[in-house]
Design a protein around this ligand. Structure first.
Ligand code: TXA
Ligand code: MG
Length: 346
C-alpha cells in the first residue's frame, strides 16, 4: 500500500486490530504488530519462521513512549537516548510490567527503537500503540531494504506492506545494552562505535560481534547465535588491500571456473567470467547495498560469491558483522594478514 495519508491510516488500523504490517524504516523494513497484543506478536514469529527465544524490538513514534515500556533509565541511557533517538539506534532497558512475555522472549529487558523515517513514525502514531517489529525477512535470509524484498519473502503471510522506497542506511540499527552500569554495544549498525563513545566514552563492545559462537553459548543478543543474512550462494570474504584482494579473487575464479561465480566489489576491479556487483567504495555505501546485492546474486544464480572487503570508515564494523555471518565465517585475509589455512578447499 502507498505511503500516503490514507494508506498509512489504513495500515495503522490493521496493526491496531491485531494484523501484521510491513513498514519502511531508515535501516531495513520491519514486520510490525501491536506490541501489547500477545496473539499478534506470536503471528510475527510464525510468519518469519523465527525461533521463539529471540526477542523483538519495540518501536515508538516519540521518545516520550519509553516511559511506559521501560522500568528505570540510567544517566548513561538518558545521554544515549537524547543523542541518537530518533535514529538507527536501539536501546536495551529493564522492561516494564506492561509488556507481555512473547515480545521479549521471556527476558527481563526490552529493546526500544524510535525510527527517524517519517513513514515509520506516522504508521506507529496511526496504530496508537507501540509496534513490535523484527526485520521483515524470512528467518535466516538477508534483511529487506526494498519493498520488493519484503514481497519476495512475505507474500501471503502478512496483511499489508507499506511501500516507502529504499532504506537509506541498509543495515539494522545499532543495539546498545544500557540496562547495566556500563553500556555495551551488542550489534553494530547505523550509529558507529565512535559516535557512541563520543557520548558515553566508557561504552564497551560485546566480543561476540565478529566471532562465531559455540552451539551452546547464549549471547547477550540472542539473535547473534543464529545463521544470518545467508543467500543461497556460498559466500567467502576476501579481506585486505585492493591489489592483494584482486589477485586472490582472480586466482579463486580460475580455480572455480566450472561454477557460477559472483564477485562483490568495493573498487573498480573487474574480473573475467564472473557476475560482478559493486557494493560501493566506502563502508557506508557497502552497508546500504550489501543485503540487496546478496539477494541479487541468488536471483542471478551464483553458486559461489567472493566478497571484497577493506575497512575504510566507521561503518566497517557493521558491514563485517553481517558479511562474516553471510559467509559463515569463511574469511581469507590477504596483504598484511596470513591467509586462513582452512580455506584450502576452494
Ligand atoms: O533496524 C532494526 O533494528 C530493524 C528495524 C525493523 O527496526 N529491526 C531488527 O529486528 O533488526 P530483528 O528482530 O531482526 O533484530 C533484533 C535483534 C535480535 O538479534 C534480538 O536478539 C535482539 O535484537 N534483541 C531484541 N531484544 C533484545 C533484548 N532485550 N536483549 C538483547 N537483545 C535483544
Ligand atoms: Mg533480523
Amino acid at each position: 500500500m502507498r505511503a500516503d495519508e490514507e494508506g498509512i491510516k489504513e495500515a495503522g488500523a490493521i496493526a491496531a486490530a491485531g494484523g501484521l504490517v510491513a513498514f519502511p524504516t531508515e535501516t531495513v523494513y520491519g514486520l510490525g504488530a501491536n506490541a501489547y497484543d500477545g496473539e499478534a506478536v506470536k503471528r510475527i514469529y510464525a510468519a518469519k519462521g523465527r525461533p521463539s527465544d529471540n526477542p523483538l524490538i519495540v518501536h515508538i513514534s516519540d521518545t516520550s513512549g519509553i516511559e511506559e515500556l521501560a522500568d528505570g533509565v540510567s544517566e548513561n541511557a538518558r545521554k544515549l537516548i537524547s543523542a541518537f533517538m530518533p535514529g538507527p539506534f536501539t536501546i536495551i532497558l529493564k522492561k516494564s510490567e506492561r509488556l507481555g512475555g512473547a515480545v521479549t522472549a521471556g527476558m527481563d529487558t526490552v529493546g526500544i527503537r524510535c525510527p527517524e523515517n517519517e513513514t515509520a513514525r506516522r504508521f506507529i502514531k496511526a496504530a496508537g500503540v507501540p509496534i513490535a517489529a523484527p526485520s521483515a525477512n524470512l528467518s535466516g535470509r538477508p534483511s529487506p531494504t526494498k519493498a520488493s524484498h519484503v514481497t519476495e519473502d512475505m507474500n501471503g503471510r502478512i496483511d499489508a506492506i507499506i511501500n516507502g522506497g529504499d532504506c537509506s542506511v541498509g543495515v539494522e540499527s545499532t543495539i546498545v545494552d544500557a540496562s547495566r552500569e556500563i553500556p555495551v554495544l551488542l550489534r553494530p549498525g547505523g550509529i558507529t562505535y565512535g559516535q557512541l563513545k563520543d557520548v558515553v566514552p566508557e561504552t564497551e563492545i560485546d566480543p561476540n560481534i565478529l566471532g562465531s559462537l559455540d552451539e551452546n553459548e547464549r549471547p547477550l543478543c540472542p539473535g547473534m547465535k543464529y545463521k544470518h543474512y545467508a543467500p543461497e550462494a556460498e559466500v567467502t570474504v576476501v579481506e585486505g588491500g585492493t591489489d592483494a584482494v584482486r589477485k586472490k579473487i582472480a586466482e579463486l575464479l580460475e580455480r572455480n571456473a566450472d561454477r557460477v561465480c559472483g564477485v562483490l566489489t568495493m573498487s573498480e576491479n573487474t574480473y573475467d567470467s564472473a557476475v560482478i556487483l559493486c557494493a560501493g567504495t566506502t563502508n557506508r555505501e557497502y552497508a546500504k547495498n550489501l543485503f540487496g546485492c546478496l539477494r541479487e546474486f541468488d536471483r542471478l544464480g551464483a553458486e559461489l560469491v567472493f566478497a571484497e572487503f577493506e575497512e575504510r570508515d566507521g561503518y566497517g564494523l557493521a558491514v563485517k558483522n553481517r558479511l562474516y555471518r553471510a559467509a559463515a565465517h569463511r574469511v581469507i585475509r590477504v596483504g598484511a594478514a596470513e591467509e586462513n589455512k582452512e580455506m584450502d578447499h576452494l
